[in-house]
Design a protein around this ligand. Sequence first.
Ligand code: FO1
Length: 312
Amino acid sequence: MITVISGGVGAARYLTGQLLTTPAREVTAVVNVADDVELHGLRISPDIDTVIYTLSGAVDRGRGWGLADETWHALTGLQELGLDAWFRLGDRDLATHMFRTTLLREGRSLSEVTARLAAARGLECRVLPVSDDPIETRVTLAATRSEPQREVGFQEYFVRLGHKPAVAGVRFAGIDAAEAAPGVLEAINDADAVVIAPSNPVVSIGPVLAVRGVAEALAARRERNVAVSPLVAGATLKGPADRMMRSLGEAPSAVGVARRYRDLVAKLVIDEADAGLAEAVAATGVEPVVAQTVMSSPQAAAALALTAVAAL
Ligand code: FO1
């Protein structure tokens, strides 16, 4: 049994590889929900949808999120009504959000809705939201010459502002009241291996680890946990993890990732390009495993999954 702590695009690619090497029924993804956003009256869970769309082969591969062969008529309609529709929701993707929102309003939990969405797309692995309770990443943007420091929602920072502004801080609103969703702590406790996927350590993995009981459950079985560094040669392939870590005073490298996860994992898979950092990673108390981590194809992701799990 393998449990993967998961954000969006990077984790979904890693999971594709895991499913090429492990029977689907033995794989559980525990997915971040703090990127979730309500727009146009609909509840959107980008990381859950990215995982489900990717694993079912429906994702738009170029973007890494949303559905392939989308049309955008509803979005155009909203813009024609004068709305600043900055978050791009495709027509078929909207059906997912309408389905989720309707069931949540009927009193179903996010876990139940997620299981139905995954089953509808033929997935046999388990996709669990880390929590059924609302958690919202809030990003404090550093003051600029023209604007004082201010706080925005994650998607406003990430999409509307193109994750360009400097970040002064991050918090997870609702985290104190959030409980792990049914099955999450069991999926961690009972796994033969837990893999922390190569997702943003601050805003994708951070909220998952902050849910009560999750970090404790991981720490209690540290020797059977491995992480994959999302940072290669001091940068992320996509997204702002490197800049975020730097502005929060952390090393934007595999060493910074090792420091974040040192109490939770015994091993960290780092890229061949970072072989020179192996000693500094080892000095944090986490054993480095040097491998090819760039998932340029499903086969490369499968090789990475094999390496990660075999490291334990
Ligand atoms: N990312 C963008 O960069 N621009 C978008 O307009 C956008 C829309 C979107 C709609 C549905 C969805 O599930 C994901 C979407 N994403 C978009 C991706 C998303 O913002 C990020 O991948 C994650 O939240 C970061 O993990």
